[in-house]
Design a protein around this ligand. Sequence first.
Ligand code: KIV
Length: 275
Amino acid sequence: MSNLHGEPAKPRVMTTKRVMTMKRAGEKIVMLTAYDYLVAKYLDQVGTDIILVGDSLGNVVQGHETTLPVTVDNMIYHAKAVKRAVKNALIVVDMPFMSYQTSVDDAVKNCGRVMKEVGVGAVKLEGGEYVGDIVRHLVKIGIPVMGHLGLTPQAINKFGTYEVRAQEKKEANQLLKDARTLSDAGVFSLVLEKIPASLAKKVTASVPVPTIGIGAGPHCDGQVLVVYDMLGLTEEFKPRFVRRYAELADVMRQAFRQYIGDVRSKKFPTAKESY
Ligand code: KIV
């Protein structure tokens, strides 16, 4: 690939500023999650704009039922592995449950640790108006923040289900208000999870910052999926918003079965595979 002057095109190094200009330019923003070095490396190699070290690692890596047990140390451990692999994408780290909701001071301490110890581009916080002051302060002191509205998994015990959110007018109006508050507070982008497409369209038109949807329809400025879902590794999890781009659970089982068969039947290793 070369530019107009015939020089090799420089890889894009993604920044929060650039993400914001993508909305204005009408360029769709591509985000996927990663929790380890190799997946992050491949995502980065193919030009993913944002790599989210999601606290969904509590579900897909650690095997918990919710994201609540995830700790700041867990996030830092996984984010460091991702960081080692990434050359171009913007890395955003999810702040886990109770690492920022408790006070501005706690948010500064924990988000500051992530920024300082890992060296990523931004953090993500769940929640609406009630995290507005926290977001404003973090942004003011130089910590870029991505917001997250709609289905906020850290609030599962408040809502009781993982159903589509904001289907009623009152909740939809509150979500619109929350989006404006977070935008005014300085978020550089906003994840909208599992809300009606019509509401996501309204939010996207109402705020100057890009919206990144997951189960929020086609009108958002970008899309995100959990990487294990789109690869078909979380095979029992089949919400309609997940498009499976591979069936890796089948591929892995098949490989494991072949290996087991080869070892038991003494076909592995051969002389060629030995020293
Ligand atoms: O934790 C996560 O992976 C997320 C995405 C679903 C947006 O928050």
